[in-house]
Design a protein around this ligand. Structure first.
Ligand code: PEP
Ligand code: MN
Length: 292
């Protein structure tokens, strides 16, 4: 018998004394889970969607090789940054539109859908011309003008949690998108900054998954790559994440992580990814959450 891991009753009691300001995102307003349909992939219908690919698009060879391999392993969506929010202005900033063209080529070659980040209001229209899903990054979760512009494209939006943001603030950011007429929102837990950065880059807050299940009808995905910052921890935390019942995972994968221009330290090799997908299929079957 499959275990039901992901359907707590909606929370009727606010977790603080103030009322919920995210009234459209609130599950009480819409008790049935929302399904975000992107092409033939559905987020929120009880299956697990795996999105995988490099942190950044670096070259045609890197992207196509990685894309074919993650497709072979069972991913449905290809990730890859064209515009990269880097802490240092001297780090690789992404290939911009050239990367978007490579993503479109990889989509045509593999049938994978494409997710990529829009970093700035000025990029949104361009990115939306290529992407199947717009990613709003952790550093931009509270860039409200960007959220509005992204909402106006009508594209599905994956909203990453700000690494210093509470769940309430995150849901308020989702509310900006919903309030601007776009209900195609997927929430992505990607780790928060806590006091210990010696062994991990962030603390993956898996509490967020069951909390969000109670609080919102929106689909939820987990990113164990940014959530840990260390490739060797990613498979374990991906499996742990699946046990909390999310609708998907977002994982950084590269055909040669040691040569990656961005986030190589937390990026798993395509062969590790293939092994992980086997594990996730078994786990998903056991948990009643099949990998789609
Ligand atoms: C990314 O997905 O590569 C990224 C920059 O993520 P985050 O915004 O979560 O740091
Ligand atoms: Mn990254």
């Amino acid at each position: 018998m499959a275990i039901v891991v992901n359907d707590p009753a909606p929370s009727t009691q606010p977790q603080s004394s103030s009322p919920r300001p995210y009234r459209l995102a609130y599950r009480g307003a819409r008790p049935k889970p929302s399904v975000v349909q992107v092409g033939d992939v559905a987020f929120g219908d009880g299956q697990l969607v795996v999105m995988a690919g490099p942190c950044a698009v670096e070259s045609r060879t890197q992207l196509l090789e990685t894309a074919h391999q993650v497709r072979e392993a069972g991913a449905r969506v290809l990730r890859g940054g064209a515009f990269k929010p880097r802490t240092s202005p001297y780090d690789f900033q992404g290939l911009g539109e050239a990367a978007l063209e490579l993503l479109a080529e990889a989509r045509a070659a593999t049938g994978l859908l494409i997710i990529t980040e829009a970093m700035d209001s000025g990029d949104v229209e361009l990115v939306a011309r290529y992407a199947d899903i717009l990613q709003i990054g952790s550093r931009n979760m509270s860039a409200f003008r960007l959220l509005q512009r992204a909402a106006e494209t009508g594209k599905p939006i994956l909203l990453k949690r700000g690494f210093q943001s509470t769940i309430r603030e995150w849901l308020c950011s989702a509310e900006y998108i919903l309030a601007h007429g776009n209900d195609q929102v997927i929430l992505c837990e990607r780790g928060i900054r806590t006091f210990d950065s010696e062994f991990t880059r962030n603390t993956l807050d898996l509490n967020a998954v069951p909390v969000l299940r109670q609080e919102t009808h929106l689909p939820i995905v987990v990113d164990p790559s940014h959530g840990t910052g260390r490739a060797e921890l990613v498979p374990t935390m991906a499996r742990a994440a699946v046990a909390t019942g999310p609708d998907g995972l977002l994982i950084e994968v590269h055909c040669d992580p040691a040569a990656a221009l961005s986030d190589g330290r937390q990026t798993i090799h395509t062969s590790t990814f293939a092994q992980l997908m086997d594990d996730l299929r078994g786990l998903g079957q056991y948990l009643g959450r099949p990998v789609c």
